[in-house]
Design a protein around this ligand. Structure first.
Ligand SMILES: Nc1ncnc2c1ncn2[C@@H]1O[C@H](COP(=O)(O)OP(=O)(O)OP(=O)(O)O)[C@@H](O)[C@H]1O
Length: 566
């Protein structure tokens, strides 16, 4: 079995670069349609200029009627294309967002639950649920706007050059200034957005973590310190958000200034040309009203795509930072072992056999091996205690048997099949710190597993000697984190959760009697033995009385572990 780790810098060990900007077919089509819609203004402007020219030359209503009709028709076509392209871009962007969310969730679900380098739940939830939404305006507005900004001004320039080289030159000089300033501002904007997103994620992670640990914070009188830190984090988020907004306003102001200057210069040139004050710049003898008006109408349209780009400029910074943040969740770490469901021939193998051969495991490349060259053979139905000093690797061994992580060397097999998360139905787990969700006791046993009925919960609760308490409690909900249950009752709940899985042939229990008084510990031991009747039981414990009730005890000690296991 192989295992995967983060490299030294916490980057993906596989070295795959994160794909920053997606190439989505729908987005490209939307960008092309939006560009076509904008280009329709060129014939519209030509027709408007022709109509005005004719009226100025004494033309009547009939002379411009069909021109007006064509302007209106082109306007309708343009609106339809704009609406269609907006919809296309939006749905393509949402599809891309969904794909990225799925990839991130899939990658997170492949991370081992015992991987301490996993992103904090609050941060991952904030990135996937909230920050990732920034990808939609970025892809649906910024990407098409960028394509339009690179195509439409060039097309307009091509139309203006044959009429007036001076007007074309003014536009040509004004244009590059805008992207240059935008790029300069953009660098700062992206850095500011990344800082703002990381502050949001950090604050969410901190909040979730501290809400979970509220009881501890109160009991250690650390409420004020936590509130101070929360206030400082919120203040820093405010400062960073204001920095992003400042840059967004600055970029719009810069663009408006250059666009206004460009249009004003063209207008001044055309005005003086029509007055006869300027006699250069046009290829022919001079500009007339029709050609002059045509160029004048095109000048604002030349800057329009750039102005649109500016309006969505901060979407780019926020969108790219969000893409980076969501792609960072795809990083490799300590991964769950790959594996398949139980195969046909393995189904006939004896149920509950565990075999570990030459197993080696470490939590990360940079740490020492927690388990080294470890061998263990547990027969179906055997009850085994893992005894050993704190930190000797008992919980780690249970996690490897449960398929929660891959071992570095050697193999772990369950009924002849490599241990992996797909074999979970075979394994009932009684954890050291069972999480109790807000809800009823029965709901906490069933955990919305559709295959289980309320009757299953009732009999599992009876087996765990929690039946009468559950009946008295009725539909009254337990508090988040198990408020309303004693430590011993929480463990009984964990036993009931394990008992409800009738297919389990293996029960793994991690220190089920820790921190309990002798009487409760003895009760829990009895319930555990009832649960494990006819099943393989592996229990990690420091409790010699619990160990004495097992068929075999394995002492995890670096010197003796191999002999003990044999
Ligand atoms: N998620 C983790 N990430 C990194 N190191 C870990 C992780 N969990 C445990 N360790 C380290 O691995 C070693 C073995 O830990 P483990 O929890 O398996 O020991 P244990 O025998 O079950 O201890 P205890 O009896 O105190 O529960 C310890 O040195 C511990 O610090």
């Amino acid at each position: 079995m192989g295992s995967a780790y983060l490299d030294k810098n916490g980057k993906q060990a596989s070295g795959k670069p994160a794909k920053a900007v997606p190439r989505h077919g729908g987005l490209q089509k939307a960008a092309i349609v939006q560009t076509l819609a904008s280009l329709i203004w060129i014939p519209q402007a030509a027709i408007v200029a022709t109509a005005v020219g004719r009226i100025a030359n004494g033309g009547g209503f009939n002379d411009v009627l069909w021109l007006a009709a064509s302007i209106a028709t082109l306007g309708i076509v343009r609106s339809c294309l704009e609406a269609a392209s907006g919809r296309m871009a939006f749905w393509a962007a949402r599809a891309e967002l969904t794909a990225r969310r799925e990839r991130a969730i899939e990658a997170l679900s492949r991370r081992s639950p015992i991987d301490s380098a996993r992103p904090s739940s609050g941060e991952a939830a904030s990135v996937i649920g909230e920050q990732a939404e920034m990808i939609v305006p970025y892809l649906s507005r910024f990407q098409p706007a960028r394509f339009k900004a690179s195509a439409v001004p060039l097309a307009i320039l091509v139309c203006v050059v044959p009429i007036s080289w001076v007007a074309a030159l003014i536009l040509l000089f004004a244009m590059p200034l805008i992207p240059v300033f935008m790029a300069l501002i953009g660098w700062r904007a992206q850095a500011a957005s990344e800082k703002q997103l990381s502050a949001t994620g950090g604050l969410n992670g901190f909040l979730l973590d501290r809400l979970r640990g509220m009881a501890t914070i109160r009991s250690l009188n650390a409420v004020d310190a936590t509130a101070t830190r929360l206030r400082a984090d919120a203040e820093s988020l405010k400062v960073r958000t204001m920095a992003v907004l400042k840059i967004a306003f600055l970029s719009s102001a810069v663009l408006e200034l250059f666009a206004a200057l460009g249009v004003a210069l063209v207008a001044v040139y055309i005005g003086f040309s029509l007055l006869g004050e300027i006699r250069f710049g046009a290829w022919t003898s001079g500009l007339d009203l029709t050609t002059g008006l045509f160029v004048l109408l095109l000048a604002p349209a030349f800057f329009e795509p750039l102005r649109e780009l500016s309006a969505v400029w901060h979407d780019r910074a926020a969108g790219e930072a969000a893409i980076k943040a969501i792609d960072a969740l795809n990083a490799d770490g300590l991964m769950l072992p790959k594996g398949t469901h139980q195969s046909e021939d393995q189904a006939s193998a004896p149920a509950g056999a565990i075999r570990m051969q030459n197993v080696g495991f470490r939590y990360s490349k940079d740490t020492d091996a927690v388990i080294d060259a470890f061998d263990l053979n547990i027969r179906p139905g055997e009850h085994v205690a893992l005894l050993g000093a704190s930190g000797s690797g008992k919980s780690t061994l249970l996690a490897l048997i449960a398929g929660q992580a891959s071992c570095e060397t050697g193999t772990v097999t369950i009924d002849g099949q490599p241990a992996n998360p797909h074999l979970q139905s075979k394994i009932a787990w009684v954890g050291q710190k069972p999480h109790v969700f807000a809800g009823t006791i029965a709901g906490n046993v069933l955990l919305n597993r559709r295959s289980l009925a309320r009757l299953d919960a009732a009999s599992a609760l009876d087996l765990a000697k929690l039946g009468s308490l559950a009946r008295n409690h009725g539909q009254r909900p337990l508090g988040d984190g198990g408020t309303g249950l004693s430590g011993g009752e929480v463990l009984r709940l964990a036993i009931a959760r394990a008992a409800v899985n009738r297919d389990a042939s293996i029960v793994l229990a991690d220190e089920p009697t820790a921190h309990l008084d002798a009487e409760t510990a003895s009760d829990i031991t009895e319930s555990l033995l009832v649960l494990a009747k006819g099943r393989t039981l592996v229990v990690a414990t420091h409790d010699p009385r619990l160990a004495a009730r097992m068929d075999r005890t394995i002492v995890l000690d670096p010197e003796t572990v191999r002999e003990a296991a044999e």
